[in-house]
Each structure stands twice: as C-alpha cells, then as structure tokens.
Design a protein around this ligand. Structure first.
Ligand SMILES: [Ca+2]
Ligand SMILES: [Ca+2]
Ligand SMILES: [Ca+2]
Length: 283
C-alpha cells in the first residue's frame, strides 16, 4: 500500500514536471503592462519556399497587446532572440534584414503599415549561422517634421519576419527568456518601459521530399557521361547549374567542386561507389 502511494506520488510529480507546473513560477506581470498580460511569440505557420539548394523559411514575430489608452501605446521595442537548430547538418542561417521599411508592423493596426521609422537587426555571430543571438527592434520617429505614424495598440500584429535558410530538415528553436535583462524591451508613449510575456517556440521545418536522383546533373533520369560533362562544365567553365545543387554534389558536402567530378569518373569508369544521396536528391 505504501509503495502504491509512493508510486502515485511520483507519478503526480512527474506529471507536473512534464507539465512544467511543478516548480515553475507563474510569470509576474510587469507593472507597466496594464490590463491583460501582453505577449510576444513566434508564429511557425509561414510557408516554406524551396530554393536551389535550400529552404527559405520565415517565422513571424508576433505581439498581442490590449493597450488602449494613448499613453499606453507602444512606440518602441527591441528583442534579443536566441535561435538554435536541432540538426547541425542543416547549416541553418538567419538572414539579417536591415531594411528600414522592412515587412514589419502588419496585422490589425490602424494606419499605413511599415511606417515605423527605424528598425535594427544584428546577429552574434555576424554571419547569422545558428546558434546565434539575433536582435530585432523598431522605434517610432517622434520628432517633427516627420509624422510619428500610428503607435502599436490593441490587437495582434506581426513585428518582424525572421527569415532562416536551411539545407536539411531541422527544428528551429527561438527563445528569448534566457536573454532577459533589466533593460527595457518595450516602451510606451509615456516613456514607461515594460516587459511583455515571452512565449518560447519550437518550429519544425518542412521535411524534404525526394525529387531528384543524385548524380543526375542534367535531370534526364539517368546517371551517365552526359552528367559528367554537365558537372565539368559547371565546375570549370561556369556552365549552368542543375535544378537542385545536390544533383551535381555527388559527395554530398553541399558544394559542387572538382571532388564531385572525381566521384563521377570513379563511378562511371572505375566501378567506384555511386553518388551519395543528399537534400532532395534521395531517389
Ligand atoms: Ca496589457
Ligand atoms: Ca543524367
Ligand atoms: Ca560536392
């Protein structure tokens, strides 16, 4: 009986641990955040775009606020986001978009989108290769003669598009909670700063489909001399690229070089191993 009680107790605690309720404290609402707790989070639902040798995925940095009084409107924000990729082989890289009028501030906002006057993005490391700490932010231009434009208030909006290039299936984890400091991340119209609740996100990148045969550089369905010529032209004469780079990347190191020519020659004429499957070339 005692054992049973202990087991039930352990089970209950395990349940709460898994539920993250056992020891985690419910986050306290910042005193500068009135009404319901404002939240920021990543939306993983943006479509993926296949490129030549990679997938371009974009995640939306979202905000929800119930600020409804003019002094509570949000006029500036910045956020350091830690981004990691579960698959190092995916060579995930965030694209730093420094356009002042980037695709920010969309959603249910009243007024003209993209009229925040400044936006800054930077990354550590600067290459943007994950794991990286990436900073996004925007501030309204409050000084005349510029029109300040609308502030952020009641509603749900896209603050920024986070664009990440990946070369393989992976899961992108975007976290901000571990970078929190006492600095102000959110500034109201009355110059009061506060910290909205950050919600962590895990975003799986679309699994790949097998579309091409490795070594079939010219895409005619066969691996033969025509492909060797195609790759030689590509490597030595700046010839056309295959539809997907992996068709000519026979050693699967994600770059087309002389080494791929060697693999092709060995395979076609010396009984060497077949081209390696990689990326979308996995038929
Ligand atoms: Ca609020
Ligand atoms: Ca071929
Ligand atoms: Ca290669």
């Amino acid at each position: 009986m005692r054992h049973k009680t202990v087991l039930i107790g352990l089970g209950v605690c395990l349940f709460f641990l898994l539920s993250n309720f056992c020891f985690a404290q419910f986050p306290a609402q910042d005193t500068g955040d009135h009404g319901a707790m404002d939240t920021i989070y990543i939306s993983c639902t943006a479509p993926d775009f296949f490129e030549k040798d990679s997938i371009r995925v974009s995640f939306d940095l979202m905000v929800w606020t119930d600020a409804s009084l003019p002094n509570e409107y949000i006029v500036g924000w910045d956020r350091a986001l830690i981004m990691t990729s579960s698959n190092p082989g995916a060579a995930a890289k965030v694209i730093i978009d420094e356009r002042a009028n980037g695709p920010v501030y969309k959603g249910t906002a009243v007024g003209v989108p993209n009229d925040w006057q400044a936006r800054f993005n930077s990354s550590i490391p600067p290459s943007g290769v994950l794991p990286a700490t990436v900073i996004y932010g925007a501030i309204q231009d409050l000084l005349p003669p510029q029109n300040a434009g609308p502030s952020l208030f009641y509603g749900r909006r896209i603050l920024a598009h986070i664009i990440i290039i990946v070369k393989d299936t992976t899961t992108i984890h975007i976290d901000s909670t571990s970078t929190e400091t006492a600095s102000l991340h959110w500034v109201r119209n009355d110059a009061v700063g506060y910290e909205p609740l950050w919600i962590q996100s895990f975003c799986p990148v679309t699994p790949l489909a097998c579309l091409y045969k490795p070594g079939d550089a010219n895409g005619d369905g066969k691996v033969d001399l025509g492909d060797l010529i195609f790759i030689v032209n590509r490597v030595y004469k700046g010839g056309p690229a295959p539809v997907f780079e992996c068709q000519a990347d026979l050693n699967a190191d994600k770059i087309v070089t002389m080494l791929d020519v060697v693999v092709a020659v060995n395979y076609l004429f010396k009984g060497g191993p077949p081209p390696l499957k990689s990326w979308t070339c996995c038929l």
